[in-house]
Ligand binder design. Structure first.
Ligand code: AMP
Ligand code: ZN
Length: 112
């Protein structure tokens, strides 16, 4: 999608601190981190919202979680713990309409 900032990152039209990518998934540092480790894991295919997911996307979703697991290990938060978050829509505060999994860690995380 031409107006989507995450698609622009995927297409190398916008810079990002990319820490992982393969043919289906990309991960990069959040530009405004809210925890010492704050990464975003995204599908390379443009999917706007988690509620738009279809059965055929199940491999991509599985992959996103496996990439999160790998990155958590590499970032040293696997043992201490971390949080995986997907905001869906307005009430959850989703600001970028390209599906993304937040990986947060590196400190004791407040809840609600
Ligand atoms: P959400 O509120 O769940 O939609 O999260 C969007 C996240 O994307 C926020 O945490 C932003 O800080 C982050 N973000 C927005 N633009 C960029 C960018 N160009 N590079 C990296 N992260 C970004
Ligand atoms: Zn997009």
């Amino acid at each position: 999608m031409t107006n989507c900032i995450f698609c622009k990152i995927i297409n190398k039209e916008m810079p990002a601190d990319i820490i992982y990518q393969d043919d289906k998934v990309m991960a990069f540092k959040d530009i405004k981190p809210v925890a010492p480790v704050h990464l975003l894991i995204i599908p390379k295919k443009h999917i706007s919202l988690a509620c738009d997911l279809e059965l055929k996307d199940r491999e991509i979703i599985g992959k996103m979680f496996l990439v999160a697991q790998k990155i958590a290990r590499e970032q040293g938060v696997s043992e201490t713990g971390y949080r995986l978050v997907i905001n869906v829509g307005k009430d959850a505060g989703q600001t970028v309409a390209h599906l993304h999994l937040h990986l947060l860690g590196g400190e004791k995380l407040p809840w609600a």
